[in-house]
Design a protein around this ligand. Structure first.
Ligand code: GRF
Length: 198
């Protein structure tokens, strides 16, 4: 079974969707562990409830960012991870992890990149920006992770209409549903070589 590690910083609803998909067969891979960059976040509670190994590896407890990068890599290797899947992870992935998992680090973004992405564009802010811009469509983007926020090669996008009565909250809820449905499906295609990343 192909092993996938998930990295999350908050709720972990996508993490949970991936674990459920791996257990019901929609995702033919094992979620081998969860890494977070913070302690005391709902994603860690979900990991415990779901019986998935978890490690909180917080950047602020390392004097150098390179040490944090090495610690993340060590945890991934200890679990035997083959793919690294970001699901709401808010720290930039370091060069050691990117090199060791070249073409096998992916992220999901709750809008249609290249628009509405980049540093600081996460959570509610993304949907507020989409509505403020008067965009007719939003959606999800699954992309390779590179050394810059939200700039790696786009692998898959699914769009949804922005309605005139949408608020950031209502749009966020529809986009979140899309994420839970499509992230497991696209990841399944990725890990089984049906989408080529290198
Ligand atoms: C998702 O909207 C994802 O696109 C973004 O962060 C959010 C994470 O949500 N990168 P959750 O923690 O999976 O609930």
């Amino acid at each position: 079974m192909i092993k996938v590690a998930v990295l999350a910083s908050g709720e972990g609803s996508n993490f949970e969707a991936l674990v459920r998909a791996s257990r019901n067969g929609a995702l033919d891979a094992e979620i081998c562990g969860l890494i977070t960059n913070r302690t005391q976040i709902p994603a860690l509670d979900k990991a415990e409830r779901l019986g998935i190994p978890a490690a909180a590896i917080t950047p602020k407890t390392f004097s150098q960012r390179a040490e944090w990068d090495a610690a993340v890599l060590k945890a991934l290797q200890a679990w035997g991870a083959e793919w690294v899947v970001l699901a709401g992870f808010l720290t930039l992935i370091g060069p050691k992890v990117l090199e060791a998992f070249s073409g096998r680090v992916v992220n999901i973004h709750p809008a249609l990149l290249p628009d509405f992405g980049g540093e600081g564009m996460y959570g509610r802010r993304v949907h507020e920006a989409v509505i403020a811009a008067g965009a007719k469509k939003s959606g999800i983007t699954i992309h390779l992770v590179s050394a810059e926020y939200d700039r790696g090669r786009i692998l898959a996008q699914v769009s949804v209409a922005v309605e005139s009565h949408d608020t950031a909250a209502s749009l966020a809820a529809r986009v979140r549903d899309l994420e839970h449905k499509h992230y497991p499906r696209v990841l399944n295609d990725l890990v089984h070589g049906r989408i080529i990343t290198d």
